[in-house]
Each structure stands twice: as C-alpha cells, then as structure tokens.
Design a protein around this ligand. Sequence first.
Ligand SMILES: Cc1ncc(COP(=O)(O)O)c(C=O)c1O
Length: 419
Amino acid sequence: MPMTYDEFRQLNLRLDMSRGKPAPEQLDLSRALIDDAAAAGYLSPGGVDCRNYGHGAGLPEMRAFGAELLGVPATQVVAAGNSSLELMHDALAFAMLHGVPADTDGAEAGRPKPWSKPDDVAFLCPVPGYDRHFAICESLGVRMIAVPMEDDGPDLDFVEAQLRRDSAIRGMWCVPLYSNPTGAIWSAEKVRRLAALPAAADFRLFWDDAYRFHHLTATRHATPDVLAACADAGHPDRALVFASLSKVTIAGGAVAFLASSPRNVAWWTRQMAIRTIGPDKLNQLRHLRFLPDRAALEALMERHRALIQPKFAAVQETFRDLLGDTPDVSWNAPAGGYFISLYVPKGFAKRTVELAAQAGLVLTPAGAAFPHGRDPHDSHLRIAPTFPSLDEVRLAAQGIALSVLRAMEEARVGARVGV
Ligand SMILES: Cc1ncc(COP(=O)(O)O)c(C=O)c1O
C-alpha cells in the first residue's frame, strides 16, 4: 500500500530538489584537484608562468583541450572564467553595450551597432528552458519570446515566423543536448535549418552546450556541429558556443569555454581585455593535470553517471508506480543532463509545489522554466534529482507524486462541494 499525502507529511522531512547541483559524492570525484593543487606548480607545459597576468584567451594548453572537447581549432576557443554562465552573461552584456560583428560588415567594418540602441531587443527562448538564461535577459532588459519545444528541438516554423515579423530579435538561447529541463536532443536537421534561417545580420545563437558530456545512458549522444552548419549556411559568425567543466569537476570552480568564428573570438577577446587582465591560469593548470585529455574526462563522467543514474531511475520508477495511471500527467526520461520535466494537468503545478512545501519538500517554483516565471498553463515542474542521496530522492519523488495526487483530489472535492 503506498503512503498517503498526510502520512508523508507526518514524516517531517526536509528535502531540497530545487536546483541541479552535483551531490557531494560527485564533487569528491575531483578531490585531487584540491589535494594535489600544489603539485601542479605554476609553470605550464609551454613555459607560461601562470602566476602572472596575461593570456586573456586562456592558457594555450587549455585552449587546445577545449578544442579537443569541442571539435574546433584551438585558435577558435577561449578558456576563461569559473563557469559558463558568466561567459553567457558577459557576451550578452557586451552585445547590448557594444554590438557584435554583422554578416554585412566587410573587412572595413566600422564599430558594430550596440543591440541596446535604439531600444527594443528580443531573444527567442525555447520553453520550458533554463531559468538563469531568462534571468540574464530580464536583468539586461531583453524582451523574451517563448518558443514551443518539440522532442528534437525548438519549433522552427514558429521561430522562422517570429524572425520574419519581429526585426528586434537579436538572439536565441539554445541548449542543444539534453536540454534543461526537457532533456531534448536537438536533431542535426533542426540545427542545419537554424543555421540557415533568414535573420538579422547580427543575429546570434547562444549555444549553451552545458550537458555535452553528461550522459545518463551508455549512448554518448553528440551535439551537431553548429559552427560548421552556420559557416556552410553563409553565416560563419552566427553561433557562440559555450561549454564548461563546472559539472565535471567543481561547480563554480572550474573552467569554461567559448568557441566561435575567428571574428567572434577576436571580438570577445577585445571586450574581455577591458574587463580583466587574464583568467585564473593556475586553476586551468590544475585542471590540465587532473584531466590531461578527453579520455580522462570521459572516464570521470562515467563515474558521475554511476552516481546519478540510479537517482534518475528512482524518480522514473516512483512516478510510474504512483502516477502511471493518472490522466494528463506525464514526464520525460532524459538520456542525459540534470533534470526531469513533470507535466501535471493545467492549473495544478503551483498548487503541487505548495503542497510539496507543506510536506517538507523544496521544489523549483512552478513556472521557473518560463520567461518571467510565468507558465501559461501552470502545468510544468522541473525535478532536479542529483543533489540529495538516493534514499532521499526516492522519498522526495514519492512526496512529489503524492502532492500531485492531493492537488487533483482537492480540485475534485472542491468541484463536488461547489467551492
Ligand atoms: C543549461 C545550463 N547552462 C549553464 C548552466 C550553468 O553552468 P556553469 O556552471 O558552467 O555556469 C546550467 C546549470 O544548471 C545549465 O543547466
């Protein structure tokens, strides 16, 4: 007999399933980065003294590592920052303030036109999507246009129609592999079409390849090569690719990458040289020692998978047991990434989160995966199973399912008594 919602509540639990953070055991996999920090020294293999200023685009060996991971020439990779979100924020801030090179610029191009002038700037935002992308837009005054997601990527007929009718659109958020939070794997066909769509001459795809290495199954799905697709379509500067070692080693204490066309890399390096006299090369050196090549990274990611895959499986099993027969309730089974999307009947997501909170479960606020936190159907919940222990995840999944059922029961009772 499964527990009831009231019995669950009486357990007085305190569980947090709100953010996609690595669990402590995952962070322990990279303990050597801390324990052996001194052994990395300060001289790079190429002889750079990493204690000093300089190398704004990153340590050459780290750029080469990024190139190996992303499949682009090292000259087209920047290694910088502690994590990728700051690079995305800065790229958008730079574009708003200073503009980006446009397709129409010739070799004699003058200063690009700031996106923020004269005033209206819009971004295409596939939904459900990553709340922090939307927060960047909100904070920089970028209007957001929600784009419906399909299993293999965004609805491109919709995207094309928006691009035709709205000349303020300057960019689009893209999480092409194991999208946060739908788990979508964008198809090569969609990526090719996106690269070729008619758009503003300074239109940019903010290509957030956050989950490039984060597989949950034995199949290592690959991200289509968007830089090549854009170059083939005659828009070589259209994509800015972001990736990160943040959820590979130390969350917020790793190294991030930006990869793009030579012109965009030159643009980025110029802007960045004003902001900083160079990245933390000592951290880059420690990372190179810990992860000397792609094989080392992939072996580490297998260990992450062994820790988190059972947590995803526990959520799936619990939802199947408790919600499998519930009409209008569905969820995805991602092949990678950090999230599960749970869809409840329209109008029930907020109430489910409230009921879960009353039972001691902190969930991501309903609507968080939509611009301005507003889910028009109030039906989407983002489940983040990585951080709690396996036993806690199992319990939390029960609590979520029981909260969904209680919310639906309340509505049925309310309808019967005419409330
Ligand atoms: C889609 C996406 N991009 C970026 C990030 C953050 O990455 P980083 O730690 O490199 O800033 C996350 C974290 O949840 C994410 O889901």
